[in-house]
Design a protein around this ligand. Structure first.
Ligand code: FMN
Length: 126
């Protein structure tokens, strides 16, 4: 398990999550709310995020499935004092049909799909 301990604490407190994919001309940055991830829950190092848009992200992931996230929370203890953040790396895909999309739409009826991320590595930054 990668998403546990201090890293999970940060995920449980982060206000928003930065999401980076590789675009044709360089990195592409989008975001989601921490609340959205918490509402859907984390299981087996897999995160689901409601995709309202993420159209460029979807195209990027089709070319290169690598994805990086940054989560951070001031109120979680880091190694140097209050505040910790983790860079999460893994692979991602946008699903637009199937059980997982139905589950995401149950909480977020506006979602056109689910951005599903398998986290393979977590690195503390502070
Ligand atoms: C704090 C924050 C939360 C966001 N949450 C979502 C979200 O949950 N789902 C989503 O599709 N877009 C969300 N957005 C918008 C995306 O960052 C992005 O601008 C939009 O989805 C277009 O993505 P694309 O550039 O990959 O096409 C959020 C933006 C911010 C700043």
């Amino acid at each position: 398990m990668i998403l546990e301990g201090n890293c999970l604490e940060v995920l449980e407190a982060t206000e928003f999550v930065t999401i980076v994919t590789m675009g044709p001309d360089g990195p592409h940055v989008v975001a989601t709310w921490g609340d959205y991830i918490r509402k859907l829950g984390v299981k087996d190092d897999r995160l689901s995020i409601p995709a309202g848009w993420y159209f460029d992200t979807e195209e990027n992931l089709k070319r290169d499935s690598r994805i990086q996230l940054l989560v951070a929370a001031r109120q979680v203890q880091g190694r140097m004092g209050p505040g910790q953040g983790y860079e999460l790396s893994g692979t991602g895909t946008i699903l637009t049909e199937g059980d997982e999309v139905d589950r995401v739409r149950g909480s977020f009826p506006w979602a056109r799909g689910a951005l599903v991320i398998d986290v393979e590595k977590a690195e503390a930054q502070l």
